[in-house]
Design a protein around this ligand. Structure first.
Ligand SMILES: [Zn+2]
Length: 300
């Protein structure tokens, strides 16, 4: 599932394709893709046709583009969503797993296909409101307009307007396992299973530890590790672990070969050689090194 580096890679590609264009038409091939839209596919098609698109913006894993009618077109990748400019004409049969198609003018692409094998992705229009903190809503634009569909999403680790001191305090107020807190997008956004496990390993913190037992310094180390890992992954186009994530050109990210723990349960820890373990936390796997990440390790 795409996390922050993958979503940002897609956003950069989409910005080149969509910003400044006009939507000439839209076809929805699978009703589930428009399930969050009031009025479903018919309303989405009607309201988007003729709309002009502004910048493509991202907060955490959430992406949207502001439209000329004051709304935001939300573009959820879900588990397997891909946007590809396949140069299709209206009426051409959908390709495999193609769920929707935008027809564009005024930009480099004549069409943009939304391909989504598992149909957890979605396209829908959301009203917008100014951000409460008066800072730009997300990465990609100076606009303060934040879609209602993303208003529950906290600022992410690569957002220059993120208040790291406040986030650190909020994290340590939770009694939940730290791994679960990192995945809570209303506290800090952008982490998914991959980068949460990687950041916890680098910081030497076991994911099952209650966040409230961690020191400010430990949480700061986790967040700093998250920033560095996500930036490095972004520079390599993200992680294409399950082959469902590709950028707008269809290219996979190459960060998977740098992963230290995610997907490596049973293999040797790259730090100490100990065999990596896996447990289930909130129904998701947590891969860790029992030697480098002791449940009650005190880093003070
Ligand atoms: Zn180790």
């Amino acid at each position: 599932m795409p996390e922050l580096p993958e979503a940002e890679t897609v956003r950069r590609g989409l910005a080149e394709i969509l910003a400044g264009t006009k939507i000439e038409g839209l076809e929805v091939f699978h009703p589930r893709t428009a399930r969050y839209q009031n009025g479903g596919s018919a309303q989405l098609t009607q309201q988007l046709s003729g709309a002009h698109l502004d910048a493509v913006v991202r907060r955490g894993k959430f992406m949207w583009t502001l439209t000329s009618n004051g709304q935001a077109l939300m573009m959820h990748l879900g588990m397997s969503g891909q946007f590809r400019p396949l140069a299709k004409q209206a009426g051409e049969a959908p390709v495999r797993h193609e769920r929707a198609r935008l027809y564009l003018s005024g930009g480099p692409a004549q069409s943009l296909s939304f391909i989504d094998q598992r149909t957890f992705g979605a396209l829908y229009l959301s009203p917008t409101a100014n951000t409460e903190d008066g800072a730009p809503a997300g990465c990609g634009s100076d606009s303060l307009l934040l879609p209602a569909g993303a208003s529950h999403i906290a600022r992410d680790l690569l957002d220059p307007h993120l208040d790291l001191v406040k986030v650190n305090q909020r994290i340590r107020k939770s009694k939940s396992p730290i791994k679960n807190v990192l995945l809570n997008q209303s506290i800090i956004s952008g982490f998914g299973n991959i980068y949460a496990d990687e950041a916890l390993f680098v910081a030497g913190v076991h994911g099952a530890r209650s966040a409230s037992t961690l020191t400010r310094q430990q949480v700061a180390q986790i967040l700093q590790a998250g920033i560095e890992i996500m930036e490095r992954s972004l520079s390599r186009g993200g992680t294409s672990f399950d082959q469902l994530y590709v950028d707008v050109n269809g290219s996979a990210g190459t960060f998977a070969d740098e992963l230290l723990v995610y997907g490596r349960a049973g293999q040797a820890c790259r730090e100490c050689g100990h065999e990596l373990s896996s447990i289930s936390l909130n129904k998701r796997s947590h891969v860790y090194c029992a030697n480098c990440q002791r449940p009650s390790r005190n880093l003070k």
